[in-house]
Ligand binder design. Sequence first.
Ligand SMILES: O=C(O)C(=O)C[C@H](O)[C@H](O)COP(=O)(O)O
Length: 302
Amino acid sequence: MTRRIVSIGECMIEMSGGEDRSYRLGYAGDTLNSAWYLRALLGKDWSVDYVTALGEDRYSDDIRAFLKDNGIGTGHIKAIANRRPGLYMIHQEKGDRHFTYWRDTSAAKLLADDKKALSDAVEGAELVYFSGITLAILAPRARGRLLGAIVKARDNGARIAFDTNLRPALWSSPRVMAGVLTAAASLCDIVLPTHSDEAPLFGDKTVDDTADRYLELGVEEVVVKDGSNEALIATAHERVRVAPPPGAKVVDATGAGDSFNGAYLSARLNGKSLREAAEAAHRTAGIVIGHKGALVDPKLVQ
Ligand SMILES: O=C(O)C(=O)C[C@H](O)[C@H](O)COP(=O)(O)O
């Protein structure tokens, strides 16, 4: 029987490159990026579905075709007339990637407007994945509907994985961001935060502080990413620290965290240990940052 993963969020048009003002068009978004690497790394006994909302324009059609061509399920993607996908541009500065967004009126903001459609979308999933960006783009009532569907999926046996993925620009205030993300994390089994993003908001001094904050909420497995430093994987019984392999060449760090998550979760679903999963995750992220844009050819990471 096919085992099912559902990832929920926003896929945007991505413009990467930008040298000489020429750009490469791609499609990406944190939850799609993780779904992409889950799809690349898991066998055919798994189905990976992406849940979002798109428009009826040529780029929305192309995104659907792109996902289908790459084995990602599109059956639960809502089509919304008169809305289009959001867009973001990547630029490099001080060794890191920065994003500029045009997404205020994107179709994906309406992805949680239909309660029944949401609960149908997550039905039978073994793993449901979403992020702080998924929550950030939704209106407060839609956020409530999404979290309601997540709780129901969990009650029905799904494991829930969540990357807090802080994007202050998408939230009305740091206080709201901190409150919503903490509440959402408390509903999850696996939380995958990034220490350097969390530290200024929550006052974490170390990766252990970040892990402890989520463990205290009742999260079973906390995967703290820390850029080129060791990642910390923490449970109530175990703490594992795993450094990335040396010598990675950074062309564009976009998608490092998302690909880490996808590879980590696929390894865990395949029964690997915390350490093995983190090693696989670093390996995948190390390949992704050697390329422009968030998504690399699946063959490169297999
Ligand atoms: O910012 C957003 O809303 C996006 O979804 C755009 C990007 O594709 C991911 O954010 C990349 O994520 P990193 O793995 O943190 O580099």
